[in-house]
Unconditional design. Structure first.
Length: 575
């Protein structure tokens, strides 16, 4: 630092200035205004103002070298900010970037680029697609417009984005395999239990074509859809996915993806857990071979008559948690002995079934708490059904969970004559029939584990359902804006990788925060550039931001982040 003297006709003023680099060109900036000659003499009598100013500048230089100097921010209230110059940047993506590089996705992109010898930067395109899917999900064009808000600029051309999608689609299986193996070094994975489920995603188009086909939409939309089958491991981390036509039956999608996992991921010993919709007889037989097993939900309503009677029989139930009774105790309980209003325990009964070459164990549980939950849901549906009866035009569609199913329509008078108007009443027989199953839950398995272990495995299925919710709600992976089959697959590859990166981040934070909290915090972590000096955080410091900084080993929440430290942080997140 040095002193600049500004002289006028009647005054002589002193400023501390320093050299800075702006746009790769050296210029100077004022660090501190020291006042005019008279001010300095008044504050420091008997000292030559220029000598004192030089001494002060040397002191600031020394303090800065020792990283003890405070950066003096000087803003001019009369100076207009540069036109169209970006001054605010997001740094929340740096935590995602750290995981991206720990998964070695940059190295995977480099290998693909060398093999195919194209000119565009695949790593920049894939990384931005992943970061922005978490931070600000949008179309591919919108993604790269908003990617300019990240601290590091990009120079991606629109034509290269779509060429990159074609490459990513062709390399999708290889990328999944490599990312899984790399993830073993940074996350605890539990591949002894695998969860499989399917969902679908809609397109805002009307014409079916290729993968985009009309099928049963999970969101009841009249649009073409594609179907995603997803495997998740026992730790809650996505493992592999497949995209199928929207009109395909879900049940046959399990075996091909499972075979690929066994071959490419070198997994052979695991339990596959699915819901009832995916538990076909063929899938159960397949997972009864080798070192594999299955746990699947079983609808009590769809059991054969003798099994349904056994399952609903109030006799012969056993307390699932027998820690208070002792290990060997299996006291039989009659359900009528329970206090259904206060009891929160779980009870079970089990038996083995031998049918069509398949030996499996049927475990049925009953929970008074679960029964109360079912009753509360039905009470709300009855209220909605009564409101629907007031508007008969709303009674036409009777989906499985539609309250209209609880309404009975009569078109004749009590005398048997044809009525001019239909009358609507609550279907008490239907309500009674459904209430029979309140509190009951069925599971089929070929495991010989304890009932408690089987129940625990099945209870974690909620995580794959939450995973789909995150994909659809937080990461807004639908509607899908690309149209070609290969690019649809590439779109869902980037969604899958974004989900994996996010889930690993969640694990690193000890699962102490909700998904909306984490994503919104990352979105809000913006900094304001102070040219020549660094960046000033404009976000709110919270317990979550503290945890992020502690876990990843760098800080973006000091009053100003010097340029030198920013460079160090960027290097650290790419190590």
């Amino acid at each position: 630092m040095r002193i600049k003297v500004s002289r006028s006709k009647n005054s002589e003023s002193y400023f501390v200035i320093k050299d800075v680099y702006k746009n790769k060109k050296r210029t100077t900036k004022v660090v501190e205004a020291l006042g005019n000659r008279e001010d300095i003499q008044r504050k420091h009598p008997g000292v030559d103002p220029l000598e004192w100013a030089k001494s002060y500048a040397r002191k600031l230089t020394e303090e800065e070298k020792q990283k003890k100097a405070k950066i003096m921010v000087a803003y001019d209230p009369n100076k207009v900010i540069p036109k169209e110059a970006q001054r605010s940047f997001n740094v929340g993506y740096l935590f995602l970037q750290s995981i991206y590089h720990q998964l070695k996705l940059d190295a995977i992109c480099q290998q693909i680029s060398r093999k195919r010898a194209f000119s565009f930067d695949l790593n920049t395109i894939l990384s931005r697609l992943i970061y922005m899917r978490v931070l600000h999900p949008a179309s591919k064009k919108g993604t790269f417009e908003r990617a300019n808000e990240l601290l590091e600029p990009h120079s991606v051309e629109a034509q290269h984005i779509y060429r990159a999608l074609d490459v990513l689609a062709e390399e999708s299986d290889r990328i999944e395999e490599a990312v899984y193996k790399n993830s073993l070094n940074i996350a605890d994975r539990n591949t002894s239990i695998l969860y499989y489920d399917c969902t679908n995603f809609y397109f805002e188009i009307e014409e079916a074509d290729g993968l985009k086909q009309y099928g049963v939409s999970k969101e009841h939309r009249p649009n073409p859809i594609v179907q995603m089958g997803l495997f998740m491991d026992g730790a809650g981390l996505p493992l592999a996915f497949a995209i199928n036509p929207g009109n395909q039956n879900e049940q046959p999608t399990l075996k091909p993806l499972e075979k690929r996992i066994m071959k490419d991921f070198e997994l052979s010993r695991f339990v596959v857990c699915t819901d009832a919709g995916l538990s076909s007889h063929e899938n159960r037989l397949y997972n009864s071979m080798g070192n594999r097993a299955f746990v699947t939900t079983q609808s009590i309503k769809q059991l054969k008559k003798h099994l349904k009677e056994w399952a609903l029989d109030p006799q012969g139930w056993i307390l699932a948690d027998r820690s208070k009774e002792g290990k060997g105790t299996k006291k039989k309980i009659h359900l009528q002995q329970l206090d259904l209003e206060k009891d929160n325990q779980t009870y079970y009964k089990e038996r083995w079934i031998h049918e069509n070459g398949l030996e499996q164990r049927l475990v049925v549980t009953f929970s008074p708490k679960y029964k109360r939950y079912h009753q509360s849901i039905r009470e709300k549906q009855i209220e909605r059904a009564i409101k629907k009866m007031e508007k008969p035009t709303h009674l036409e569609k009777k989906r499985a969970n539609d309250p209209a199913r609880l309404i009975q329509t009569t078109h004749v008078t009590p005398d048997g004559e044809i009525a001019e108007k239909a009358s609507h009443t609550l279907n008490e027989d239907q309500i009674k029939k459904e209430s029979m199953y309140d509190g009951f839950y069925g599971v089929c398995t070929n495991l010989e584990s304890t009932v408690e272990e089987i129940i625990q495995i099945n209870q974690r299925r909620w995580e794959i359902e939450e995973t789909f919710r995150i994909l659809k709600s937080e990461m807004r992976s639908r509607p899908v804006f690309v149209r070609k089959g290969e690019r649809i697959k590439a779109h869902f590859l980037t969604c899958f990788l974004s989900l994996l990166v996010y889930r690993i981040l969640e694990k690193k934070l000890d699962e102490s925060f909700t998904c909306p909290e984490i994503i919104q915090t990352l979105r809000n972590m913006n900094v304001l550039e102070y040219t020549g000096e660094g960046y000033i955080p404009t976000y709110t410091r919270t317990e979550l931001t503290d945890k992020l900084h502690d876990v990843f080993g760098f800080r973006t929440d000091t009053e100003i982040i010097e340029q030198k430290r920013i460079k160090k942080i960027l290097k650290q997140t790419k190590a």
